[in-house]
Design a protein around this ligand. Structure first.
Ligand SMILES: CC(C)(COP(=O)(O)OP(=O)(O)OC[C@H]1O[C@@H](n2cnc3c(N)ncnc32)[C@H](O)[C@@H]1OP(=O)(O)O)[C@@H](O)C(=O)NCCC(=O)NCCS
Length: 148
């Protein structure tokens, strides 16, 4: 069960340093601060953080084009994985997107990222293709989508 003290809220500019730390601790090619700032300030982008007692323990970033959305990344801090936090973040994001009239969501995930593939499948995402060497030699991307 998710921690009752976990709050999912819109990110603001003061969260950039925490989001960067999450990226650097988890992602091979972490986003730079300008890209994260754009997630927070651009009207067609969404960025939510998981806040536990004032600590940013997870985040999701997504971009909207017309009635479609692309999820760029979702990360839970290494020390807080397996506690349902990504589940909570994704549930809230998908609900907000649906309320905002988004019809379809897309994302890419590395072919051997078992936790992420499982998370997305659990939320009803289906595989519709694969991009060879997308993340580097031998590192294919699985393309996934979900209708809201
Ligand atoms: C993928 C990630 C966000 C999951 O975060 P998390 O907070 O640990 O996930 P949750 O505890 O909410 O688990 C939700 C679901 O994810 C899947 N999952 C999470 N950890 C898993 C693991 N180690 N092995 C298999 N499935 C796993 C399961 O389907 C799980 O549902 P369940 O608890 O009913 O089995 C986290 O592992 C992470 O930050 N990874 C590094 C960044 C990354 O790869 N992001 C995805 C980029 S596309």
């Amino acid at each position: 069960m998710t921690d009752p003290d976990l709050v999912i809220r819109s990110a603001d500019l003061s969260d950039i340093k925490y989001i960067m730390a999450l990226e650097q601790g988890s992602i091979v090619h972490p986003w730079e601060s300008k890209a994260i700032e754009s997630l927070i300030v651009d009207k067609n982008k969404k960025c939510y953080v998981a806040d536990l007692h004032g600590e940013v323990v997870g985040y999701v970033g997504a971009e909207i084009v017309l009635d479609e959305c692309n999820i760029g990344n979702i990360v839970t801090h290494k020390d807080y994985r397996g506690r349902g936090f990504a589940n909570e973040i994704l549930t809230i994001l998908l609900n907000i997107l649906k309320r905002n009239g988004i019809a379809k969501v897309f994302l890419e995930v590395e072919h051997d990222n078992v936790p992420a593939l499982s998370l997305y499948e659990k939320h009803g995402f289906v595989r519709y293709g694969q991009r060879r060497d997308y993340y580097g030699p031998g590192k294919d991307a699985v393309l996934m989508t979900k209708e809201l």
